[in-house]
Write a protein that binds this ligand. Sequence first.
Ligand SMILES: [Zn+2]
Length: 440
Amino acid sequence: MNKWINNKTYVKIHSGYNEIGGNIIEVGHKDTKIVFDLGLSFTRYKKFYEWPLRTPRGIDELIELNVVPKVPGLFNQNEEDINAIFITHAHRDHSELIQYLQKDIPIYMGETSKIIINTRKEVYGNKYEIDIDTVIRPLRTGYRVDIGNIEVEAIHVDHSIPGAYAYIIQTPDTTLLYTGDYRLHGGKICEKSLTLDLIERAKQYDNIDLFITEGTRFIDSTPDREIDVLNKLNQIMSQFNGLILLEYSYLDIDRYESILEASMNWNREIIFDYRHFIFLYNLYKKDPGLHDKIGFDRNRDLIHVYVKNIKRLRKNVKETLSEIDKEGFNVINELDNIIDKNVILEGFDLHLQDIYKKRPEYCIAIHSTSEPYDEEIEISYEKIINWLKMLGAPSYRIHSSGHIHPIDLMKVYREIKPKDVLVIHSEHPDQIKRLLQKNK
Ligand SMILES: [Zn+2]
């Protein structure tokens, strides 16, 4: 654990220091205690567990194995309370441990994150011991919340998932800025990064005493933007006729837009895995801010939803799929008619054996996710490559990161001019801190 103190304010990094993901940060002043993010560290999780063979039997086991740190007042009923929890975004390495909360601590997060967490419950059957509908209190950018003698302001940032927020935290003697995961690039041409709003807001505060920033990227950075991804997808689709197998982080709505735009340009239909599609569908239905971005009204004919065996699914998933069908999307349950066509099969990594059985004439694969850090995917990359070799499918990686790269981070630091910095969500916190402090 890493601890930082200023007057009567303290910051404890319970998890997420010197590692990527698993953020749990406690900020306190006198009797008020707030926790920011409830992330699971996949690095430590993978040492003991393997889905679906071996999954955690509860929070006590996770704490005993040191997969999750012991945070007084957070998971244990009998200890003094944490007053509130703020989640920056719904990636699992920032929010997964909500499942293990046993008492009703108010949880603040963006409205979009709440939709995503509810959809995980619907699609993957995530179980919660608390009633998340009443405990989660949704935020929008600019909202300020008073918790005891601490004020927290939420400001949206760009990240590879919608609904990501940074928090400016004011105690009676200290001002802190916690970024969560963010980037300064992203968005399409002419679209300004949401993160610029954070910089402007941070500059209005007199002094940021501590800047708690992510530092995921250090080695092998590229300044790729989403527009570069779109250009590369266009290039491939213009030159290749045949089946394109594609995998992307299905919560990345910017990526979804690029894939859809390239598909529209080259008149290619997309077959979505039903699980991923339900997330898109719920965000489209329930989040007015994403309605245009997801844009089902423009392109319903291009979209199909693949579900192999609808009978085996849980009742609520069946109901959502029947609603999707009634809304005019084409729900298909076999791949026969598409395997040798100019279509895109999204989420192919979940259907490798079905694809192999059909022996497509030829196909290529596009990985549109990052390696090796991914906040959502658990299937081993090596195994996917082995199947692709058997299929004779060459693969491309087309990606733009959700995380800020070092030069942009230096830019943000120069603008905000914090008194001190703590780099988390990073394997190189000391090097990044030195880099930032040298470039004032
Ligand atoms: Zn993230």
